[in-house]
Design a protein around this ligand. Structure first.
Ligand code: IUR
Length: 456
């Protein structure tokens, strides 16, 4: 493929005509690092207009980017805003998930690895569409504040070891403009654009170790395993190229994680996990992802040792004590924080729904599958999430699964509970019935693998 067929001469040293650069990419060529830097500068200072930005994103989506280009894009995006600077002796780490249903992993994970010596300045998002957001879950705790300034973050990391906060305007501003444009130009699903968006924000946190939870399946952004594999490999290679020790786990998202979907309900389950009493799938994700971070940060001799350390921190109360301190650093009163984190927690302090309706099984059998996407849609219909940016959410509502994969249910027995504030929308009970698939009585249940691959 000839390079740069429509591109013309350099306009001035180090500067290019945007239309020439667009021609290079749309003809299948490769941009130089300087050209990528120029494009990101032009996005930030708005000398690249919305039409050109849309064309640039579409050219990237259709033609792809080499690793060299993606690294250059990511570095320049990182440098478009503030980059945190932490004390040299700190080992700073973070996790990112591509988003799942019932995914409350960050809540126990951050304090568990912080209790073991890592510093975790976790920047999370809000929920939109079918996946819930970590910030919304935390905001269901009375008093919790997701916006800390840099010095408050530094203080939280110094005294507690972790904080979970929202993105501020000065972190990777180029991504803000690019993401808004991707949303309206059908260019969200582009591996180099996803990789640069995610990794630039983690790099701006100045992390030394990163673990990615790349989800695939019915309830995930990536429905297809091949697409998820491609993303996982590219994130690892780009992030490592930027000096961040990175691994990615490819995890199944056909069933929701744990037994709860909905903000306050998920906080309860995260607190159960922090008392060593959480569901097995949540524990598996927290220990595996935490093990990767501890090994990546050099605080465990191996991933296996790291996993065991996380398990211990969840069982000996140290992760829970760290979470309790984090809550207080982020605005929760001592009384509420200690009551939630007690051996006998007072969950009545969390918002609860006005009504609980049980959903009976229409048949008998062993639960083979609870469709994560169907459950997410039910939870959204109950008001647990947002269909539009800025929509208010009901913190207490959601779904509790009384039966999950591998468990037996009899006809007429309740297998789920709907927690709702408003009268149930018509058809909701029949919609949730469609989420449940049972094995015929005589088949043997084999537990599907949750973590299916690892890339490093
Ligand atoms: N999350 C991000 O931070 N960036 C993206 O492009 C996607 C998810 I998709």
């Amino acid at each position: 493929m000839p390079l740069n067929t429509e591109a013309s001469e350099v306009v001035e040293e180090g500067e290019w005509r945007v239309s020439d650069l667009l021609a290079i990419k749309s003809n299948g060529g490769e941009w130089t690092e300087d050209q990528v830097a120029f494009l990101v500068r032009s996005i930030s200072n708005k000398s690249l207009d919305d039409c050109q930005l849309g064309a640039m994103l579409m050219a990237i989506k259709l033609r792809g980017m080499t690793d060299r280009e993606t690294v250059a894009l990511t570095c320049n995006m990182r440098d478009s805003g503030s980059v945190f600077s932490w004390p040299k002796e700190w080992i700073v780490a973070d996790k990112h998930s591509t988003g799942g249903v019932g995914d409350k992993v960050s809540l126990p994970l951050a304090p568990a690895v912080a209790a073991l010596g890592l510093k975790v300045p976790m920047i999370s998002g809000r929920g939109l569409g079918h996946t819930g957001g970590t910030l919304d879950k935390l905001e269901s705790i009375p008093g919790f504040r997701v916006s800390l300034n840099v010095s408050e973050m530094q203080e939280a990391l110094d005294k507690v070891g972790c904080c979970i906060v929202g993105q501020t305007a000065d972190i990777v501003p180029a991504d803000r403009r690019m993401y808004a444009a991707r949303d309206v130009t059908s260019t969200v699903k582009s591996t180099p654009l996803i990789v640069s968006s995610i990794v630039s924000k983690k790099a701006a946190e100045s992390v030394g170790a990163l673990v990615m939870d790349v989800k695939f399946g019915h309830g995930a952004f990536m429905k297809d395993r091949k697409e998820a594999e491609e993303l996982a490999k590219k994130i690892v290679s780009v992030s490592k190229n930027m000096g961040i020790t990175t691994t990615a786990l490819l995890t199944d998202m056909n069933n929701p994680i744990g037994r709860t979907v909905g903000n306050a309900l998920e906080v309860r389950e995260a607190l159960d996990c922090l008392r060593g009493q959480g569901p097995a799938d949540l524990l598996e994700l927290v220990t595996h992802l935490g093990g990767e971070l501890l090994a990546g940060g050099g605080l465990a001799a191996s991933v296996e040792d790291g996993r065991r350390a996380v398990d211990r921190a969840l069982n000996d109360g140290s992760a829970r004590a760290t979470f309790c301190k984090m809550l207080q650093k982020q605005g929760v009163t001592e009384e509420v924080a200690t009551s939630l984190c007690a051996d006998q927690p007072d969950y009545s302090l969390l918002p609860t729904a006005a009504q609980v309706t049980k959903v009976p099984a229409t048949d008998s059998g062993v639960v083979m599958n609870v469709d994560a996407m169907a459950l997410a849609k039910v939870s959204l219909a109950l008001g647990a999430g947002r269909q539009r940016v800025g929509q208010t959410i009901h913190y207490g509502v959601g779904v509790v699964l009384l039966k999950v994969r591998g468990e037996r249910v009899s006809q007429g027995e309740a297998w789920a509970e709907l927690h709702h504030d408003d009268p149930l929308p018509k058809d909701l009970v029949s919609n949730i019935q469609d989420a449940l698939t049972l094995y015929p009585q005589d088949e043997v249940f084999t537990k599907p693998t949750l973590i299916t691959a690892r890339y490093s």
